[in-house]
Design a protein. Structure first.
Ligand SMILES: [Zn+2]
Length: 344
């Protein structure tokens, strides 16, 4: 056998081995790449165009008084369904509903709305510890982080309140200032829950100081920053903080888009692209908000302004369709896929 044939055989074997390894890794990846919607698991690749931070219903009455008696599901569906159909027409496939328990989370309502609209909805587990703990149930103040996490993990493993609806992420909230004891506890509980479930942690945060304090807590628990969505990061004016967090691996969410914010969002997107960090950016409106107790649920804000104002402005400013795909499809797929993100 001449040398050329031996060499080409060796090449073939090497290629074959690499290809097998590739297939193996792909199959591992497929197994892991799932996102949990209120209608069940889907492959992360099926998430499609996504609004990653919106609310269909929020009840501000407080943890001691809220409950499903506060609204009529049929009435809410009647009011909210057209807004979901509107974004469906625009090509959106998924809306992440960020209302935690004790402030209006209603998985059954979300299931009805998802079934009737065809929009994939994702709900959460976790507690909202901002606003002086108004939305934390009484036991939240006395239990340990481990006990708190236990009930969140239970929802992730066994369904929310005995239903077959599972959370697709952990939603917490901290004060927009240095962390207090109750804030620390929910962050710790989120870390414990992440390690048990692989659900990403979305934290209503705002400014950089509490954001980096939370990343420090993640680090104490050996949870990687990529498990953390810095929510309402648009409240922070210092872009160097956004860059620092994104370089660590955290998700930076500018999630309060309104048309008068277009310029700032463009500026931020340009910066992140120049720094090669577009793969850490998440955009949304933080809109919606059917309000129980108000006539006909009060004034509902729809979810179309990103499509009407921001995306055209991004395209006019030199961003490409692949950039749009990155921000509204690839990034949410990566952020919300069930995956353990631990420090090595
Ligand atoms: Zn929100």
């Amino acid at each position: 056998m001449n040398k050329a044939i031996i060499k080409s055989k060796r090449h073939f074997v090497t290629h074959f081995l690499y290809f097998s390894l590739f297939l193996f890794l792909m199959s591992c990846n497929t197994k892991e790449s799932r996102v949990i919607t209120v209608l069940g698991e889907i492959p992360a690749s099926a998430i499609g165009k996504t609004l990653h931070h919106e609310h269909l219903l929020v009840d501000f009455i407080g943890a001691d008084s809220t409950g499903y008696h506060r609204w009529d599901r049929e009435e809410v569906v009647k009011k909210v369904l057209p807004y979901l159909l509107e974004i469906k027409k625009m090509g959106y496939k998924t809306l992440v509903e960020c209302t935690p328990a004790y402030i209006g989370r209603d998985p059954e309502l979300l299931k009805m709305l998802s079934e009737q609209s065809g929009i994939q909805l994702i709900t959460n587990t976790g507690y909202y510890s901002a606003v002086g703990g108004k939305f934390i149930p009484k036991h939240g103040f006395t239990e340990s982080a481990e006990q708190m996490a236990e009930s969140w993990i239970n929802e992730a493993k066994n369904g929310i309140e005995g239903s077959e609806i599972y959370p697709g992420f952990i939603k917490i909230a901290v004060e927009r200032r240095p962390l207090e004891a109750i804030n620390r506890k929910v962050v710790e509980a989120a870390c414990i829950t992440h390690k048990a479930t692989g659900l990403v942690i979305m934290s209503h945060t705002g400014l950089a100081v509490p954001a980096f304090q939370q990343l420090e807590i993640l680090n104490n628990y050996d949870v990687h920053p990529s498990a953390f969505i810095w929510t309402h990061a648009d409240n922070e004016k210092d872009y160097t903080k956004h860059l620092e967090a994104a370089k660590m691996g955290a998700w930076v969410a500018f999630d309060k888009f309104q048309p008068n914010q277009t310029e700032r969002f463009i500026e931020f997107t340009k910066l992140m692209k120049t720094e090669g960090l577009l793969n850490k950016v998440l955009f949304s409106h933080d809109a919606g908000w059917y309000s129980p107790g108000e006539p006909d649920g009060g004034q509902f804000r729809g979810f179309t302004e990103i499509e009407e104002f921001l995306i055209p402005a991004l395209l006019e400013n030199g961003f490409s369709q692949p950039d749009i795909y990155q921000i509204f499809t690839a990034n949410p797929a990566e952020a919300f896929k069930v995956k353990l993100r631990l420090n090595k």
